[in-house]
Design a protein around this ligand. Structure first.
Ligand code: NAD
Length: 476
């Protein structure tokens, strides 16, 4: 905070390995006063330094941050596996290496962006004027993040927010404080980022997130988390009319068309659905299959899920590790019970895997026999739990996929690519994968329709979330 590594006034709190329940260590437990000081530091750094004006300097700082994180990649990989329970293979992608690399894209953007546009001369109401439109930083950004992909989400906020010239107070989730604290460390020790520009405030107390959303010195809140908390953030920000950028929950559909290779599609749906124990907001957790091939689809998917299983995240071959906490496991078990009560059956899984006495585990699970009206099919479970539903053709599949309060992501698999693309265009979601295509990337805007969020993260659209627009007219 403010360029220094400081203990929390609230003492320290434990961070736990979800695969083993072992206490990894402690993190600074910030108090409301600490948060107050962090916001003051960010405000001062924005108002009293040239940070926002010097695009080249910011680009250099972002590259230093990238290099600093890359130098510590091995240590960060182990930390991420242990603190998040992230399967090792994911740390070579979205859990670590990809978001660190992506900082270069935002550094390049800061240098190459068209910060000013000349609209030329005009004579509005007979008064000769030369007009320009300039883009500039919004100010102090309050970033509030969840635990499931901490580096990806922390850096997808820090990268564009800093590239755009803002200063930031980052409040990470209480479950993954170390993944954020290490950013503060690298920034303080290995970059020229001035004091106060980035302030990482770890805390066991969710109220510090709410404090950030309400403080009048904060200009924009960039939030990723559940839709329920997103509503609170929006309401909290309303009093000071600050801008909000929300990345929220999802219940995305994986649509298998009747001309798809059913075996390949369902095997892929199983893999995609339980990666990182299903703890991804954009994971496709409703599998929609042609009614005539429903039973076959259930068999293929269940077999694939059982074969993948839940395993030690340290193991290279593990796709599905533990869930983050006992609380989260309880929540998922609540949904399993609910699904059974709603008439659902488990084609595989449905409980805790055998032989794992320590750690927070749920078996990869496939629920059959429900309709899209059931709560298990409508609400976000955030675990390795998939619901399979029959559809009666493309129009019906689109109808079911879109019949959701969410609109984050989706997937379509079909033999005729033109047709699959057509279905993809009809899905009311922010991202869609067709036949296994990967939309994730620094240059690709990501975000949700409907109750999955407001705004876009990453890409030029994500960068522009952190900018204001100013028109300047000179009398000539
Ligand atoms: P959460 O909403 O409980 O918490 C997210 C963050 O908000 C944490 O840092 C928490 O401390 C803070 N917080 C809690 N109450 C707050 C309040 N009243 N005001 C301000 N901040 C508050 O979510 P979680 O359990 O950490 O994460 C899981 C959820 O995040 C899932 O719903 C998932 O879909 C969503 N998610 C969305 C995306 C996306 O990009 N759309 C990405 C990852 C996760």
């Amino acid at each position: 905070m403010d360029g220094r590594l400081v203990p929390g006034a609230g003492g320290a709190f434990e961070t736990i390995n979800p695969a083993t329940e072992e206490v990894l260590g402690t993190a600074a437990d910030a108090s409301a006063d600490d948060m107050d000081r962090a916001i003051a530091a960010a405000r001062r750094a924005f108002d009293e330094t040239r940070w926002a004006a010097d695009h080249a300097f910011r680009a250099r700082c972002l590259r230093q941050l990238r290099e600093g994180l890359r130098r510590r990649a091995d240590e960060l990989r182990e930390l991420t596996i242990q603190e998040v329970g992230a399967p090792r293979f994911l740390t070579f992608g979205a859990q670590l290496d990809a978001p660190v690399d992506d900082l270069a894209w935002f550094a390049d953007l800061a240098e190459g962006y068209g910060w000013e546009r000349d609209l030329g001369r005009a004579e509005p109401m007979g008064m000769p004027s030369h007009r320009r439109v300039v883009r500039e930083a919004v100010g102090v950004v309050g970033a509030v993040t969840p635990w499931n992909f901490p580096h990806q989400i922390n850096l997808a906020k820090l990268g564009p927010a800093l590239a755009a010239g803002n200063t930031v107070v980052l409040k990470p989730a209480p479950d993954t404080p170390w993944c954020a604290a290490v950013l503060g460390e690298v920034i303080a020790e290995e970059t020229d980022i001035p004091p106060g520009v980035v302030n990482v405030v770890t805390s066991s107390d969710h109220a510090l997130g709410a404090q950030l959303t309400r403080d009048p010195r904060v200009d924009l809140v960039s939030f990723t988390g559940s839709t329920a908390t997103g509503r609170d953030v929006m309401a909290g920000a309303a009093a000071t009319l600050k801008r909000v950028f929300l990345e929220l929950g999802g219940k995305s559909a994986f649509v298998v068309l009747d001309d798809a290779d059913l075996r390949a599609a369902c095997s892929y749906a199983a893999f995609a659905g339980i990666t990182h124990a299903g703890q991804g907001c954009a994971i496709t957790t409703r599998i929609l299959v042609p009614r005539g091939r429903h039973d076959e689809a259930v068999e293929i998917t269940a077999k694939a899920l059982a074969k993948l299983g839940a395993g030690d995240p340290q193991d290279d071959r593990t796709i599905c590790g533990p869930v983050i906490s006992a609380r989260q496991r309880e929540r998922i078990e609540g949904y399993l019970e609910l699904a059974a009560g709603e008439g659902g059956a488990f084609a595989c899984g449905g409980g805790r895997p055998e032989g794992r006495d320590k750690g927070f585990w749920i078996e990869p699970t496939l629920i059959t026999g429900l309709t899209n009206d059931s709560r298990a099919a409508r609400e976000e479970i955030f675990g390795p739990v998939l619901v399979i539903l029959p559809h009666d053709g493309d129009d019906d599949a689109v109808r079911i996929a879109n019949d959701s309060p969410y609109g984050l992501s989706g997937a379509v698999h079909g033999g005729d690519v033109e047709r699959a693309r057509g279905v993809a265009r009809r899905l009311r979601t922010g991202t869609v994968s067709v036949n296994g295509g990967v939309w994730y990337g620094a240059d690709v805007p990501f975000g949700g329709y409907k109750q999955s969020g407001i705004g876009r993260e990453m890409g030029v659209a994500g960068f522009e979330e952190y900018l204001e627009t100013k028109a300047i007219a000179e009398g000539v």
